[in-house]
Design a protein around this ligand. Structure first.
Ligand code: CA
Ligand code: CA
Length: 77
């Protein structure tokens, strides 16, 4: 098993406040706010969602999150 995948899944579950298996912008923003001053800027959150949301529904499902975060593919076009 991939530990990077497991770490991404754990992070996803931490972000998914209502546990529906989808991350909305609001959930990401709320999780980010909990980090205080170390969180990402609003523009970075929007860029993250745009990069992760491969089916374009405006929400990030686990597979999309893992695809972006779990394999170190941030630079994939
Ligand atoms: Ca959710
Ligand atoms: Ca999506």
């Amino acid at each position: 098993m991939s530990s990077a995948h497991e770490a991404a899944e754990a992070e996803f579950k931490r972000f998914d406040a209502d546990g529906d298996g989808l991350l909305t912008a609001d959930e990401i923003r709320a999780a980010n706010d909990a980090l205080g001053g170390q969180g990402a800027a609003e523009s970075e959150i929007e860029a993250f969602i745009a990069a992760a949301d491969s089916d374009g529904d405006g929400m990030i499902e686990l597979a999309e999150f893992v695809a972006l975060v779990g394999h170190g593919r941030h630079e994939k076009a």
